[in-house]
Design a binder for this molecule. Structure first.
Ligand code: PLP
Length: 449
């Protein structure tokens, strides 16, 4: 008989269309005696579950950092993804592949909705989206009244940038390493409303948090209304001290908009702990959802002052649901977020962050003293995640990216920002250490030419 999963990793009660879990799988949903380990793996094979279970029983007490080096666990996680055998993909910053079980769930969700199209939209979509949103709120550490599901970070942050009534002469602070679309959105507010945008320059290897915080603080004037802060900078991989920047900004009455595109579900944190006013992220990056999923968090007392991007008069101004009015969209994606959350929690946020940091350190430590190799990402583990940026003296970023691909079969992306030049290397949970060894070999070879 189908039994409702009850453990803390399964927040969403199965909805009528969801396939009942078989009794074997229910064991993993309910046997929560082994901590944040092996649970909620609805389509993985029983043998894989057995192996994960056995690693977890033995290594479950390890710290996240020790667990990050437990290769037999990560070998099993690697098998949960399907990768192209044709090249080494070290460009996982654009978006993440879905684990096979999440992809399968998406396919099932598309098929289910396709069978009952308008019925689903009229009778079920809102309730089911709200249930998924509740899970996301738990993951983010906020209430469902402070978060909405969007389609990506761009939509989330543009909603805030375009939705605040800036007056001519108001000032916004940002940095030249922030994401281009956000800078363009601010630029547009400059043209439209006379917002004045001020840029700060951030060091690539800061000596302390204060070295970063003071860059923003020095740019504040009595006209400053908002600071854009990128939680994890996509081109360099540097993690910024968002909490300290927000605390400082609030002392001047300045709001903080945080771009969490790469931080959410890569780093282990809760959004309210950052103390920012607005936070946007893409779920198709590190949560591994289908493409076209994001979140927008708005601190409760700030909701009323922001206009939604799409006209809405259904909800009161201080109701977060006014931001949900986006028209007809791929609702199967919303449902599949639940499966991606379950996969994420199967690993555990702290272990995932530790593994991703370990993968970054694994290769950067091996090349950091090699003449001709320039690393543009901090080494302090509190200042990076999976992403790092590397250059080779005498090669342009494009030349380096091309050589890595054509000669060594490694796919990366060239970064040609005025402050950051090199190729971005982004491993993922499925990345094998031997692939990073190939990268090290390639960089050493190219640096000697
Ligand atoms: C820092 C940062 N912000 C925002 C975005 C935009 O994300 P999306 O295209 O999912 O909206 C990206 C995309 O790579 C990013 O790296």
């Amino acid at each position: 008989m189908h039994k409702t999963p009850t453990n803390r990793f399964f927040h969403l009660q199965p909805l009528p269309h969801m396939k009942p879990a078989n009794s074997r799988r229910n064991f993993f949903y309910t046997a929560s005696t082994i901590g944040a380990g092996v649970m909620g793996l609805p389509v993985w094979s029983d043998s894989l579950l057995d192996q994960l279970q056995s690693v977890n029983l033995r290594a479950g007490h390890y710290s996240p950092e020790e667990f990050a080096r437990t290769e037999e666990f990560w070998y099993l996680i690697q098998k949960a993804y399907r990768q192209s055998p044709h090249f080494i993909n070290l460009e996982n910053g654009y978006f993440s592949p879905q684990p096979v079980e999440v992809l399968q769930a998406q396919t099932d969700n598309i098929a289910m909705i396709n069978e009952i199209p308008s019925f689903y939209m009229r009778r079920r979509q809102f309730e089911e989206k709200a249930a998924v949103k509740k899970q996301l709120a738990t993951l983010a550490g906020c209430t469902p009244e402070e978060i909405v599901i969007t389609r990506n970070t761009t939509e989330s942050l543009d909603t805030i940038i375009a939705g605040i009534d800036f007056a001519p002469g108001d000032e916004a602070i940002m940095c030249d390493q922030d994401y281009g679309s956000m800078l363009e959105a601010f630029e547009q507010q400059g043209r439209r409303r006379g917002l004045v945008n001020k840029f700060v320059e951030l060091p690539l290897h800061p000596e302390s948090d204060d070295a970063i915080v003071s860059c923003y603080e020095k740019a504040i004037t009595d006209k400053t209304k908002i600071i854009l802060v990128t939680h994890l900078i996509n081109i360099s991989g540097q993690v910024l001290p968002v909490r300290k920047i927000a605390d400082m900004a609030h002392r001047y009455g300045v709001e903080v908009l945080c771009d969490g595109a790469h931080a959410f579900a890569q780093l282990d944190f809760k959004i309210p702990d950052l103390n920012c006013d607005y936070y946007g992220a893409s779920l198709h990056k590190w949560l591994c959802t289908p493409l076209g999923a994001g979140i927008l968090y708005v601190r409760k007392e700030k909701i009323a002052k922001v206009w939604p991007l799409f006209g809405d008069t259904t909800y009161p101004a201080d109701d977060i649901r006014k931001f949900e009015h986006i028209g007809t969209h791929p609702v199967s994606t919303n449902l599949t977020i639940a499966n991606a959350i379950r996969f994420h929690q199967t690993i555990g946020a702290a272990r995932k962050e530790a593994r991703l940091k370990y993968l970054k350190s694994y290769w950067t430590e091996k090349v950091k003293d090699t003449p001709g190799i320039i690393l543009n990402t901090p080494f302090d583990p509190t200042r990076h995640g999976a992403i790092a940026n590397v250059g080779v003296t005498g090669m342009t970023p494009n030349e380096l990216a091309d050589q890595l691909y054509h000669e060594f079969n490694i796919f990366t992306v060239a970064i040609n920002n005025p402050s950051v030049k090199g190729v971005r290397i982004t491993p993922h949970l499925y990345t094998r250490l031997e692939d990073l060894d190939t990268l090290v070999l390639a960089l050493n070879t190219l640096s000697r030419r």
